[in-house]
Design a protein around this ligand. Sequence first.
Ligand SMILES: *Cc1c(COP(=O)(O)O)cnc(C)c1O
Length: 398
Amino acid sequence: MATRPKTNSATASIPVPMLDVNRQNSPLRAEVDAAIAEVCESGAFVYGPACRELERALAEYCGAKYAIGCASGSDALLLALMALDVGPGDEVVLPSFTFFATAGAVARLGAKPVFADILPDTFNVDPEDVARKITSSTKAIMPVHLFGQCVDMESLSAIAEEAGGIPIIEDAAQAIGAEYQGRRAGFLGKFGCFSFYPTKNLGGFGDGGMITTDDESAAEQLRVLRDHGQHPRYHHSMVGVNSRLDTIQAAVLNVKLPQLDGWAAGRNSNAERYEKAFSKPRFEGGLQVPTVAEGCLSVWNQYTVRVAEGRRDELQEYLASQKVGSAVYYPIPLHRQECFAELGYQEGSLPVTEQAAREVLSLPIFAELEAEELDQVIETVGKFFAETNAKGSCHRAA
Ligand SMILES: *Cc1c(COP(=O)(O)O)cnc(C)c1O
């Protein structure tokens, strides 16, 4: 069996992937294969017993009373909005600096996404800007626990309360297991929405999603909504969607869930290693490490640094040339997307978001990264700044 070559910064470099889901899944394959085989033999492919088991386990994990499985994280958001009867004429306040699904769910129901700016240090929505964007038409607030860190829920809840008790839907797609003041994401608002897309911290072998809530009647409504609104069978008191969880996905996730905290710990120790390395003077002025807010435990779905204006794309190209993976989440904020042009947001309307979109770069953080791979990322970033800083000092001397 071939072993990975040892790192030697003076000679050849080892390629570092942005993410390699196989490294996480391979050690569990025997157990996963057995669980999938069991589903195949049962023939209960949609919402079988493994789905109910996952719902129970996930509710307990998040500290919520109920969990309702569905087909994807995007559908979890859509169903939560449907349970609040969001539709034409309604507004939903949400960040613009997020994955498209957050706003897509609102728009698909004919409601209006109202974009709020973010805080520069955490990339999460700014509660004060949310407060400014609330109107008499605001039907819900959808904070996103971006990159694995919870939003300032205390401030946001106070604002929602003050505005007459506007319900909060947490987009926790990137934040399963993240803690805020000792409580886990998915238990902080009225609804918590999760994704099991393969690249999320708890990833299936395909699409899947989950909604958590403490509200018994809302939980019942969600179960009906995800199954065409029928209850009992062939009786439709409301129009729902087909968004049930596949049993094979639930079976895979039941095998993976017990490992989740261990993986989060691995991501955390990788983040610590980056933090320590990038705090050294040779990175100063070039790169800003992410901040974890007081009372928060991040699960690091992404490790996202800021690169001083103008050099982000250059750094990303350099990393690619050295075979080090990286990604830009997100290059175009949602308020500047073509499909939302009619909402009328101009360049400069959400300045903190727009600056983040120009400066962010996410580096490999997955738990199975090897120490020499982390070193490789750090060395390669260091070399980039050493070279460009040297050029910079020539200019200054001239
Ligand atoms: C991944 C993601 C979603 C959508 O989840 P899917 O399961 O891919 O539909 C929604 N919101 C955020 C913030 C995400 O990262």
